[in-house]
Design a protein around this ligand. Structure first.
Ligand SMILES: [Zn+2]
Length: 315
């Protein structure tokens, strides 16, 4: 079985254009910024979305301009449209948006990073205790992102810390995801995990204490050796709510708040949703040490009425 993220890296390279999604684009960004200043727009990939104002001549004055973006990180990415398997027009359009991935630009992205640690077949064979116990059996194949873990396993904890340290030391990564596998819908039934769920917090919080405790423990251990590096995890599904058993998260954690774009469109959805999201942000802020990056926004699904368009925006 292929580990969940092993395939990701090659998908980010365009054979046709000879560039990686994570390549630095300083000069290119400057050229596109100059064109934008002239009124050029790219609303869609290809000619249909390109607007080029008619000009008799174009001035090219001497220029020394420093741009300070509103967001340190602005990354637009679409499922199934990695550089390797999309068209030249699509790639050009992505480049023209003036995006940057900054510290998100690591080998695994921001989601489900634990899959790197538990996704290999060899690991499943050698360490069944890393995986969720269900009906008396360990279940290493439950999730499509590597299997569902037992987050109380001391061996898994040590292995996760070792993995992230290796990514920092040998791959010079800046940020690594320590997020649960996708599709978590029940707790491990082992003796160590018993009693760690909080069903009274509902579907967005029943796993918050359990999950964030694990992420926080891994992050604290890594903070001892790599205080300048980042551990990321999404506030998502049954661990969307902040944990109640942690006063302040380890300062090297950056929380990715997941949301639907549609939450902010009052014409289309329940306006209460927007209030709930703003309130959730405030709740998370109480868990972040002062002076540290509080969180970034991760939009896995841009949802519009009666249709779902899959795309992502990190900012
Ligand atoms: Zn367990």
């Amino acid at each position: 079985m292929v580990p969940p993220y092993a395939a990701n890296t090659w998908r980010e390279y365009s054979n046709e254009m000879g560039i990686w999604e994570k390549d630095a684009r300083g000069s290119l960004n400057a050229v596109y910024a100059f064109l934008r200043d002239l009124g050029v727009r790219w609303y869609l990939p290809g000619e249909l979305g390109e607007i080029v104002p008619k000009e008799a001549s174009i001035a090219l004055p001497r220029m020394d301009k420093t741009v300070r973006p509103d967001f340190a990180l602005r990354y637009f990415w679409q499922y199934f449209k990695n550089f390797n398997n999309t068209s030249r027009n699509e790639i050009l359009w992505q480049l023209r948006m003036g995006l940057n991935e900054e510290r998100v630009g690591n080998c695994g992205g921001v989601c489900h990073g634990i899959g790197f640690v538990i996704g290999r077949e060899e690991t499943k064979q050698a360490h069944p205790e890393y995986y969720k116990l269900w009906d008396g059996k360990r279940t290493p194949d439950l999730s499509h992102t590597g299997g569902e873990p037992c987050l109380s396993s001391p061996g898994l904890f040590a292995s996760n810390v070792r993995f992230v340290r290796a990514m920092f030391d040998f791959c010079n990564e800046e940020m690594i995801s320590v997020m649960m596998s996708d599709g978590m819908c029940s707790m491990c039934q082992c003796e160590l995990c018993k009693g760690k769920e909080t069903p009274e917090r509902g579907r967005e919080g029943w796993a918050s204490d359990y999950m964030w405790d694990y992420v926080n423990r891994v992050a604290k251990e890594l903070y001892k050796t790599h205080p300048d590096k980042i551990i990321s995890c999404c506030s998502y599904t049954p661990y969307r709510l902040p944990p109640t058993n942690i006063d302040l998260l380890s300062p090297n954690i950056v929380v990715a708040l997941t949301q639907h774009r549609g939450f902010w469109l009052n014409d289309y959805v329940d306006p209460k949703k927007k209030e709930q999201m703003l309130s959730l942000r405030q709740e998370w802020l109480t868990k972040i040490p002062k002076g540290h990056t509080p969180f970034f926004i991760y939009e896995p699904f841009a949802k519009l009425p009666r249709t779902t368009r899959r795309s992502s925006l990190h900012c």
